[in-house]
Design a protein around this ligand. Structure first.
Ligand SMILES: [Zn+2]
Length: 311
């Protein structure tokens, strides 16, 4: 059974008619998750609204105040920009807080033993949001907040795996230098936001695997197996968090990698196997990118359907 946390506000957050991070993304995923083979495995729950204290686990009071102040200036139907890409509409603050609440509640569910797998079907995404600022469609950083929430709950070693086509600079900033936290990212490089180079790696804390444009399914899986899995095995996480972005799909308009649904099924299976080996199966994934509406739903369904192979 996989718990799916979502909320209507995450459907209503609307950065504008031509924005790639639009409500159609969630509709595409919700449709795909109705597949008969998958539907009985999913339990849908309302995401609770995250608290300001939860936001402050990863962000400064100044960043929170900027968002709250801008939100207070969003009148009905209007929008305000946090940065050129990151737009607040009248549902955005609630949606961003629901994403935070989903991630924290999901961690609580895993730590208490209520569930072994959680998927946060929320937007806006989060992995570009740094401790001090919003950027790249991201207001707050739910996966980083979830890592700190897990530590508060007594989990000593938490790994975040990020397979979005973009480097999660915000998550790296939040987790860098923190004991007991590992951030692992595969991403296209060079590409937005320009970070995630191998020289930024820190043993046992940060591992970036930059990949050239055009990377294929076979090459991706081979490098993930040879380079990422040993880092995870050495760290022995007690909880596995995933920044699940699907914009490394070959048809995605914002990325240049060439993966298809089969690699998302493979990633689901592989990360589930890591969780079973090290984390008592405890796995929480947070939706990040994915901007081709035909590819996104099937990619998420493939990820959630992937069965754990023997290791
Ligand atoms: Zn992305």
């Amino acid at each position: 059974m996989i718990l799916i946390y979502s909320h209507d506000s995450c459907l209503q957050h609307d950065p504008g008619p031509k924005h790639p991070e639009n409500p159609g993304r969630l509709h595409s995923i919700i449709d795909a998750l109705q597949a008969p083979a998958l539907r009985p495995q999913l339990r849908w729950l309302q995401a609770p609204r995250g608290s300001e204290a939860q936001v402050l686990l990863a962000h400064t009071q100044e960043h929170l105040d900027v968002v709250l102040d801008l939100d207070s200036n969003v009148l009905d139907g209007s929008r305000r920009a946090l940065d050129p890409d990151t737009i607040l509409s009248d549902s955005t603050l609630d949606a961003a807080l629901r994403a935070v609440g989903a991630a924290c509640e999901g961690v609580n569910d895993l730590v208490s033993g209520l569930a072994t797998e959680v998927f946060c079907l929320t937007r806006p995404p989060g992995h570009h949001a740094t401790p001090t600022r919003a950027m790249g469609f991201c207001v707050f950083n739910p996966v980083a907040i979830a890592a700190f929430q897990a530590q508060r709950k007594g989990v000593q070693r938490v790994a975040v795996v990020d397979f979005d086509v973009h480097h999660g600079n915000g998550t790296q900033d939040c987790l860098s230098g923190k004991n007991g936290l590992l951030y692992v990212s595969t991403h296209q490089s060079p590409h937005y936001p320009g970070t995630g180079l191998a020289h930024e790696n820190r043993p046992g804390n940060i591992f970036n695997l930059p990949l050239p444009a055009g990377t294929t399914d076979a090459s991706y899986r081979a490098r993930f197996t040879a380079e990422v899995l040993p880092v995870l095995d050495a760290f022995r996480p007690q909880l596995l968090l995933v920044s699940a972005g699907f914009d490394a799909h070959r048809d995605d308009p914002l990325g240049g990698l060439c993966l298809d649904e089969s690699t998302y099924a493979w990633l689901g299976a592989t990360l589930r196997a890591i969780a079973q080996q090290h984390c008592q199966g405890r796995l929480l994934s947070v939706l990040e990118g994915g901007y081709n509406l035909s590819a996104l739903g099937p990619s998420v369904a493939a990820y959630l359907s992937g069965q754990a192979p023997a290791r």
